[in-house]
Design a protein around this ligand. Structure first.
Ligand code: E4P
Length: 219
């Protein structure tokens, strides 16, 4: 399973990159706004900075347009920033039409705001490179986001669809483990969830004991 970080914060991206486990970055308009990156030229420069940090990883950059012509125009501009860019397109009618167009023109896409297996089938038929079902937001309305990943993984495997399942809206380290078990190809999560995978009290207790014993014998 690939690890993407879900942020536009350059320090968090650098920290994940330094761990040596980073395969890419996902952003969205809310994450860009959180970093106070506004205006087309600043947003494009920020994407370039992200691409430079991840080097050979994929970077999802989301279009703002919601009509076919607008999505194509923006997507082409975003794709020109760097080879790392994957154009992130919302799961709407013109979005699916645009994903089909991008697929035919060798431009990679991430179909976002996915909440059902039916939407997942449409995106795969259009040739999306990645599909982003939002696990946490499904959980927020007391449905089961991980079950959705499992359902889509079953369909994609049975039908031989090549689209990679990118479990998004991940909120906890447990979500990461569950997404891996459910068959996600990629997980995108905040740095806190990635770091949370490190924690186990028995690791801390064991390490403390090893160091104490070493120090006793090496006085
Ligand atoms: C990623 O591609 C999504 O934009 C993101 O994971 C959404 O996460 P949220 O539900 O925590 O905002």
């Amino acid at each position: 399973m690939k690890f993407f970080i879900d942020t536009a914060n350059l320090n968090d991206i650098k920290e994940a990159k330094d761990l040596g486990i980073l395969d890419g970055v996902t952003t969205n308009p809310s994450l860009m706004a959180k970093e106070k990156i506004t205006g087309k030229s600043a947003i494009f420069a920020h994407y370039k900075a992200i691409c430079d940090i991840v080097e050979d990883g994929d970077v999802s950059a989301e279009v703002i347009a919601t009509d076919f012509d607008g999505i194509i125009k923006e997507g082409l501009e975003l794709a020109k920033i760097s080879d790392n860019i994957v154009v992130k397109v919302p799961m709407i009618k013109d979005g699916i039409k645009a994903i089909s167009w991008f697929t035919a023109n060798d431009i990679r896409t991430n179909c976002t705001l996915v909440f059902s297996a039916g939407q997942a089938i449409l995106a795969a038929k259009a040739g999306a490179t990645y599909l982003s079902p939002f696990v946490g937001r499904v959980d927020d309305i007391t449905w089961d986001g991980i079950q959705l990943i499992e359902e889509i993984a079953g369909i994609y495997s049975m039908q031989g669809y090549m689209t990679e399942i990118l479990a998004a809206s991940i909120r906890t380290p447990l979500h990461i483990v569950q997404a891996a078990k459910a068959g996600a190809d990629v997980v995108t999560c905040p740095l806190s969830s990635i770091m949370g995978l490190l924690n186990h009290p028995l690791t801390d207790i064991g390490l403390q004991k090893f160091l104490e014993d070493h120090n006793k014998g090496n006085k």
